[in-house]
Design a protein around this ligand. Structure first.
Ligand SMILES: NC(=O)c1ccc[n+]([C@@H]2O[C@H](COP(=O)([O-])OP(=O)(O)OC[C@H]3O[C@@H](n4cnc5c(N)ncnc54)[C@H](OP(=O)(O)O)[C@@H]3O)[C@@H](O)[C@H]2O)c1
Length: 253
């Protein structure tokens, strides 16, 4: 009988990851699960206190190396410095998670230039800058580039067409990058969740963690688990897209 490859228990041992938007919600949980699976992690966002507290937790719980890099992803120099700091600290980059994102919910006719620019700046420019800086390192490690998409990147979102458009852009960018980088052995993945209980929505009032009861919608750690599954894929495999929808979402769509 042919030998059966075994499943790995510490799949990310010896690998280095960076996660944007790691100061809360989904990004913080992604940093935790990647460290739990054996990776060292650089955590990036604007709020330094939250990043420091997360880093302390991860070091204590998993013994992983953690680098805190305060970063505004709308600033291309800051993103370049983030990638440089990660590679300087860990000597390599295997996983880049482009997760930072936000929504300002206003009808399009009422959106100010600043509100529009904020969504475009974080959700589009920030994803582009992070990918651009990470790619040269990921081609060296046959690594993973992960994007945080949304169900709103697969379907219309009447309450916020601009947010939806940023996530359609992300999905289009990611699948085209997979086409561009696949021959360099880089995996490019997008995860598309429905509602997740986090600080998402704070810009327009109520954060989703207060808008929904526990058990009603997806939890951040469940999205992080999906990311962990995507990045444990080894060459030649890539999960290009993973829709993580709550079961009744399509019934009310
Ligand atoms: N929650 C949902 O229902 C849901 C559903 C589908 C997809 N998503 C996507 O999931 C991703 C994470 O959101 P979340 O739900 O975890 O919300 P969250 O708790 O509000 O987290 C958003 C993260 O993005 C960071 N961020 C915002 N602006 C930034 C900037 N200019 N530079 C660097 N970091 C910035 C925030 O950190 P700082 O404020 O410290 O900078 C924070 O860490 C987003 O891409 C969002 O679109 C969320």
């Amino acid at each position: 009988m042919a030998e059966r490859p075994s499943r790995r228990t510490d799949p990310l041992d010896g690998q280095a990851a960076l996660v944007t938007g790691a100061s809360s919600g989904i990004g913080a949980e992604i940093a935790r699960v990647l460290a739990e699976d054996g990776a060292d992690v650089a955590v990036a966002a604007r709020r330094t206190d939250e990043l420091e507290a997360l880093a302390e937790d991860i070091r204590e719980e998993y013994g992983a190396g953690v680098e805190v890099v305060p970063t505004d992803v709308t600033d291309s120099d800051a993103v370049a410095a983030l990638v440089e700091a990660t590679v300087e600290r860990f000597g390599r980059l295997d996983i880049a998670v482009c997760n930072a994102g936000l929504a300002v919910d206003e009808p399009v006719a009422d959106l100010t230039d600043e509100e529009y620019g904020l969504m475009r700046g974080v959700n589009v420019d920030g994803m582009f800058y992070t990918a651009r800086e990470a790619i040269p390192h990921l081609t060296e490690t046959a690594g993973h580039l992960v994007f945080m998409g949304s169900m709103s990147g697969n379907h219309p979102r009447p309450a916020n067409p601009v947010y939806a458009a940023t996530k359609w852009w992300t999905r289009g960018f990611a699948i085209s990058l997979q086409a561009s980088l696949g021959e360099d052995d880089v995996a490019v993945s997008t995860v598309n969740p429905t509602e997740v209980r986090t600080e998402f929505g704070s810009e327009s009032g109520t954060p989703s963690k207060d808008a929904f009861e526990p058990g009603e919608v997806t939890e951040a750690i469940e999205v992080a688990d999906a990311v962990a599954y995507m990045v444990r894929q080894e060459s030649p495999n890539s999960i290009t897209s993973l829709d993580l929808y709550r079961r009744d979402k399509l019934s009310h769509f």
